[in-house]
Design a binder for this molecule. Structure first.
Ligand code: NAD
Length: 422
């Protein structure tokens, strides 16, 4: 609670550091990258204060304890720098674990400042450790060290695989929050006004969001209409520009990407989409007019995207939306499930029950029905190569707990084994 209080006191400073490193728009930075992480810490503190976690239970002659896993390595990415730490630190501390935190170098200053605030909050020595530097060297040591009991990692699927393999040598528990390629499935009965919401979701944090709806799936018969609506949404409501400056009324600000590396990577993938034969609806790989300086990328939409194309399979992590047509509901589900990922997604229909039925068949850890808002109490995480384990809510706490059972003596000793109902 004290860390959260200090974050509130220094909210403007933390937001400014994040904006300066990441280029995220000011309003969303304050709300989602500083306010939300402070509330995550409060949530876990209150779980304990209100006694809402059963750390002990009795089942027949066994007393079962939930115990902290021990020393946990928390390795995080740059896209929501402080949130990625608190989503792990909150439950790890609540579980009673000691922690070693290693954030990504691209947005490290805000994390250093956060670490100073944690120090100021006065946790007992050794409970929170912070180390910065090279991913493979430091993250590698944090993954293989014999005294580390668990690794909780958020980042790319490629590094996640490496961490899982290395952690296997000493059979460490791993929790992995990895990449995504979420489908935004618009069913044939949905009102097409939802296209604009789909476009905006794909571009949150300049597309540098693991659960962004980057693949829009629409009935083939409506493809042309959807393309026109998507172009209109981009051209009339998205405004590229300085993340510190508020956008024009009715517009949403799109800032630059985090780094030169991402800038080059994302533009190369846009070029690859063109080379593969996808049809560019708006945007493109060229630097946007008037933005010679800064890692700005044009908000880009492709249509006629075949599900097997690289731009429909690979996580781009930039403001790029692909639109693909499907024949019928079965085909739509097949395309939605046709990547190695399963992190986020959306289903839209006039009939909520139909949307739920379809969503149940999509291999993904989380899905939004008809624009249902993000819920911090719900478990967040992936299936397939989007990861293992869940963050947020009580589900996030369970990752950091292990169970121990003590069998207590009973009268008549083994008698209970003979009674199946026991
Ligand atoms: P990354 O995988 O390159 O790096 C993540 C972290 O791992 C960094 O701290 C990095 O220094 C460290 N690292 C790098 N190599 C390592 C190694 N060999 N061993 C141990 N640690 C190592 O990812 P990134 O570029 O920082 O972030 C973008 C990626 O994160 C995207 O793929 C995105 O989808 C993913 N992501 C996933 C979620 C989720 O919740 N599923 C959330 C945000 C971001």
């Amino acid at each position: 609670l004290r860390i959260a209080e200090l974050m509130d006191e220094h909210a403007a400073e933390l937001a400014e550091l994040i904006i300066s490193e990441l280029g995220s728009p000011a309003a969303m930075t304050r709300q989602y990258m500083v306010g939300f992480p402070a509330n995550t810490l409060r949530f876990y503190a209150n779980l304990l204060l209100e006694g809402r976690v059963a750390f002990e239970e009795q089942r027949c002659n066994s007393r079962i304890f939930k115990e902290p896993r021990g020393v946990v390595s928390l390795i995080t990415p740059w896209n929501y720098p402080i949130h990625q730490i608190t989503a792990k630190l909150g439950p790890a501390l609540a579980a009673g674990c000691t922690t070693i935190v290693k954030p990504a170098n691209e947005a490290i200053l805000s994390c250093f400042r956060f670490a100073e605030l944690v120090a100021e909050a006065g946790l007992p020595p050794g409970v929170f450790n912070f180390i910065a530097g090279d991913g493979p060297a430091i993250g590698g040591a944090m993954t293989t060290h014999p005294e580390v009991d668990m690794v909780s990692f958020t980042g790319s699927t490629q590094v996640g695989r490496e961490i899982m393999a290395k952690a296997a040598a000493s059979v460490k528990n791993v929790s992995l929050e990895l990449g995504g390629k979420a489908a935004c499935l618009i069913l044939d009965d949905a009102d097409l006004s939802v296209v604009s919401a789909g476009v905006h979701h794909a571009y949150v944090n300049a597309g540098q969001t693991c659960a962004a709806w980057t693949r829009m799936l629409v009935p083939k018969t409506k493809l042309r209409e959807v393309e026109a609506l998507a172009r209109q949404a981009v051209e009339s409501t998205i405004e590229l520009g300085d993340p510190r400056v508020a956008p024009s009324p009715g517009k949403t600000r799109l800032g630059p990407l985090v780094s030169q590396r991402q800038h080059e990577r994302v533009r190369a993938l846009i070029q690859q989409g063109i080379d593969e034969g996808a049809r560019l609806i708006t945007g493109g790989p060229e630097k946007p007019d008037g933005f010679a300086c800064g890692y700005y990328v044009q908000p880009t939409v492709f249509s006629d995207v075949k599900p097997e194309m690289v731009i429909a399979q690979q996580e781009i992590f930039g403001p790029v939306l692909t639109i693909s047509g499907y024949d019928d509901e079965e085909d739509a589900i097949r395309i939605a499930n046709g990547t190695i990922y399963g992190l986020g997604g959306a289903v839209w229909s006039r009939d909520v029950e139909r949307a739920i039925r379809v969503a149940r068949r999509i291999d993904s850890g989380t899905l939004d029905i008809n624009g249902g808002p993000f819920n911090t109490l719900a478990p967040f995480g992936g299936v397939k190569q989007s990861g293992i384990g869940r963050e947020l809510g009580v589900y996030g706490l369970e990752e950091y707990l292990t169970t121990k059972s003590l069998q207590l003596p009973i009268d008549g000793q083994m008698a209970h084994y003979l009674k199946p109902e026991a």
